[in-house]
Write a protein that binds this ligand. Structure first.
Ligand code: 2IT
Length: 448
């Protein structure tokens, strides 16, 4: 129950309307928890039905994607794009290819993306898309034919000033290349319609590292501000060995941390003396997973074939970088019991609602993905700028800007949390700070 009746009614209405969309409902509820500190102070939010408008995507596109597999059989998948909110800039956000993809997940991600993008300070609206197509185990030819078929429908809905997709789970440089190539062929124009492109055709240096590095820059600000310390000598655990986890591992080690546990989709490994990060990064680069090979090389290393058991490993700092819902209340309690005092989300909503509330009530400093993983989309924004200016910056230039952006996101979250009398509640800070800019733009633009 909220203090505000406006919010109670809104949440009940959203729950009734979208009862079959659990991931989306969780994201909305997490956000409304923060709005309860704001709506009664600012009656215009209710008067102009801002939140009612904000929880409904501006547009959802859903289409058939037929393609021919290597055996000559016609396969059919569904393609989606959720264009959530364009109040502050063109729709911007990744594409996910995974068999779990559905509208509930894409709406949750698009909703989160709206506030994340706002926090970066760059002019980007929120969007997310993808398909229930699973690229794992498919040949290059199959992936290319799928991407070409997808884009043959999708091209009409995107553009450098309309909607600029990028990568997410199952959607990397290969998929971006095939999609971009087909787009260029259809519209007969080179434009910065995707980010995460290879450097050879307009990608930004530093984009592959951006989410993981940005996460560590943000976590450093948390350590400095709340604990007057830094990463040196801290025991860290990281879940997920995709781009985000691998790059977070690299940067955390560089900043002086000891990474004592890490997982992939097959399980986890742990070593209180510290894992061999170079080996992990090398193994993960080839296959996106490393645990089986690492255990084969280090038979004595502590390990299990259950990825979730990683959260039983004692640590100071946890950085979940795999996917949504990977930390529940039980995992949260175990982390606390083993001494974890800080958690920075690298994935999108890896902690469920109960876990987040537990952290906030039990002095585990928590940062939400929409703030601490915003480095990826921030450098995507820098890629858009470079494309628009027809130039490219050095890695160092991009990395410096990324650092500045992450510091600024932390500052906004922290100062807003303090202003609302909840100094340790960075989720509240992120939600309110991210919301205020979108709200201002929506008010200015009238009923639309
Ligand atoms: O969740 C995310 O922020 C992303 N997948 C990156 C989006 C982007 O447009 O770079």
């Amino acid at each position: 129950m909220y203090k505000s009746n406006y919010l109670n009614n809104l949440l009940a209405d959203v729950k009734a309307r979208y009862s079959n969309e659990p991931e989306f409902l969780a994201a909305v509820e997490e956000f409304l928890d923060s709005m309860d500190f704001l709506v009664e102070k600012d009656p215009k939010i209710e008067q102009y039905s801002i939140l009612e408008r904000l929880v409904v995507p501006e547009r959802i596109i859903e289409f058939r994607v037929p393609w021919v597999d290597d055996a000559g059989k016609i396969q059919v998948n569904t393609g989606y794009r959720v264009q959530f909110n364009s109040a502050i800039g063109p729709y911007k956000g990744g594409m996910r290819f995974d068999k779990s993809v559905n509208l509930s997940i894409l709406k949750f991600l698009g909703f989160e993306q709206t506030f994340k993008n706002s926090l970066t300070g760059l002019p980007m609206g929120g969007g997310k898309g993808g398909s229930d197509f699973n690229p794992r185990g498919k040949s290059d030819g199959e992936v290319m034919r799928f991407c070409q078929s997808f884009m043959t429908e999708f091209y009409r809905h995107i553009g450098p000033n309309t909607d600029v997709p990028a990568g997410d789970l199952g959607f990397g440089a290969r998929e971006i290349g095939y999609m971009f190539g087909q787009y260029k062929r259809i519209v007969d124009e080179w434009s910065g319609v995707f980010t995460g492109k290879n450097f050879s055709y307009g990608g930004s240096l530093g984009r592959p590292e951006a989410t993981g590095y940005g996460l560590c820059y943000f976590a450093e600000e948390m350590l400095r501000t709340y604990f007057n310390t830094d990463f040196k000598g801290k025991k860290v655990i990281i879940s997920g060995s995709g781009k985000v986890g691998s790059m977070a591992l690299k940067k955390a080690i560089e900043l002086g941390a000891t990474v004592v546990g890490m997982s992939d989709i097959n399980g986890y490994v742990a070593d209180p003396k510290g894992l061999n990060s170079e080996e992990i990064i090398e193994l993960a680069k080839a296959k996106g997973e490393f645990v089986k090979d690492y255990v084969a090389k280090h038979p004595d290393v502590q390990h299990s074939d259950c990825s979730r058991d990683l959260w039983n490993v004692p640590c100071d700092i946890a950085m979940p970088c795999a996917t949504q819902g990977e930390i529940n209340l039980e995992n949260a309690k175990q982390l606390k019991k083993n001494g974890c005092y800080m958690l920075a989300e690298g994935a999108n909503m890896p902690c469920d609602l109960e876990a987040i509330r537990f952290f906030n009530e039990n002095e585990v400093l928590f940062s939400p993905g929409k703030a601490s993983n915003a480095g990826g989309v921030a450098v995507s924004g820098l890629e858009m700028s470079q494309n628009a200016m027809h130039l490219s910056w050095t890695f160092e230039e991009v990395d410096e800007r990324l650092k500045g952006i992450m510091k600024n996101i932390f500052k906004q979250c922290h100062e807003t949390a303090v202003k609302f009398g909840q100094p340790r509640n960075l989720a509240l800070g992120a939600n309110i700070a991210g919301f205020l800019k979108v709200y201002d733009a929506m008010l200015a633009q009238g009923v639309c």
